[in-house]
Design a protein around this ligand. Sequence first.
Ligand code: FES
Length: 112
Amino acid sequence: AGFITVDLSPMQEGELKTLQWRGKPIFVLKKTAEMKKNENRDVVAGNKNYTVIIGLCTHLGCIPTWVPAKKEFLCACHGGVFDASGVNTFGPPPRPMDIPPFKIDGEKLVLG
Ligand code: FES
């Protein structure tokens, strides 16, 4: 129970999708070539083609907003910033956004 399966094949590079899983927002971002080159996070914990993170700020739990023009997530509560991999780069968040348990098989995401 609690598993969800999502077809990622319609996603474009640089596109963000927000899913709901166990009452939490989950951000799925299809990385661009540039994001892969600038990867700031251990891709073993994540995925080389997609960022999959729990969309809650690690400061006090607000939901950050994806800013496509800057390719980063901004938390409006206290100005926290996270890069495209969900790594905190500015402001009060003490650590990267968490990675949920997931698997990606081809273009199929299984969360949970
Ligand atoms: Fe996000 Fe404070 S809750 S910066």
